[in-house]
Design a protein around this ligand. Structure first.
Ligand code: SAH
Length: 233
């Protein structure tokens, strides 16, 4: 079956029809999107670039990067979210965007060094072997290309905020969205990147304020965080 957990795909497929509803389970992704988009663009200058979004789901990030004039490929293994993504792009009249149902590893075999930028956000913590996805990202990038990852740290605070608060107290996410054991320490992600030939550039925390219901970038990577790397030239 490869590097995929079918139960994870089922969770996202079941909710797919609500992907673009900003008050749905996907509100956190909508809330964090402007932040991460601006952060990615500031480093990688998206306009005119070949960009791959791995685990694109309903296309919140992929479509926003296409709107910034990047040539975007979005991939996922869940069919329903991809269907929603395709329909949304069609209705919006966006043409510089393709969606494919394929794994990162399989696309890496077909299109090595094809992309200037690879993004893989809120996805690694849903995969059995995240290091294999990081390796595929490196293969898909041209030398000097940028990789961006975001995920959840693994420690008591991220358990409390990322699962207990987010899923049970504030109910921002459905119960069972995240599994603590799959959270990833920045040091683990850094090691997988190094082993894949990706050099760490910067990392930032993404902090959620439950009162304002807003995310902001901080220096605190203890819960949600984003990482930027470059493939060795
Ligand atoms: N990256 C998007 C969606 C995050 S939700 C965003 O940040 O807006 C996580 C996505 O990862 C879901 O769409 C799910 O279907 C996808 N996913 C989970 N396991 C995957 C795998 N092994 N390969 C590709 N996509 C996967």
């Amino acid at each position: 079956m490869g590097n995929v957990d079918p139960q994870e795909l089922a969770k996202f497929s079941e909710l797919a029809h609500r992907w673009w509803d900003e008050n749905s389970e996907f509100r956190p992704l909508h809330e964090m999107n402007p932040l991460r988009l601006e952060w990615i663009d500031a480093q990688a200058q998206l306009a005119g670039k070949q960009v791959l979004d791995i685990g694109c789901g309903g296309g919140i990030l992929a479509e926003s990067m296409a709107r910034m004039a990047a040539q975007v490929t979005g991939i996922d293994l869940a069919a329903k979210p991809l269907g929603v993504a395709r329909l949304h792009a069609l209705e919006a009249g966006i043409e510089n965007l393709e969606y494919l149902e394929i794994s990162a590893e399989a696309l890496a075999a077909q299109r090595p060094a094809a992309y200037d930028v690879v993004t893989c956000m809120e996805m690694l913590e849903h995969v059995p072997e995240p290091a294999s996805v990081v390796q595929a990202c490196a293969t898909l990038l041209r030398p000097g290309g940028w990789a961006f990852f975001s995920t959840l740290n693994r420690n008591p605070k991220s358990f409390l905020l990322g699962i207990v608060a987010a899923e049970y107290l504030l109910q921002l996410l459905p119960k069972g969205t995240h599994e603590y054991a799959r959270f990833i320490r920045p040091s683990e992600l850094a090691r997988w990147c190094r082993e894949a030939g990706l050099e760490l550039s910067t990392s930032r925390g993404m902090e959620y304020n439950p009162l304002t219901r807003r995310f902001r970038l901080t220096d605190d990577t203890s819960v949600n965080y984003v990482v930027a790397c470059r493939k060795r030239a």
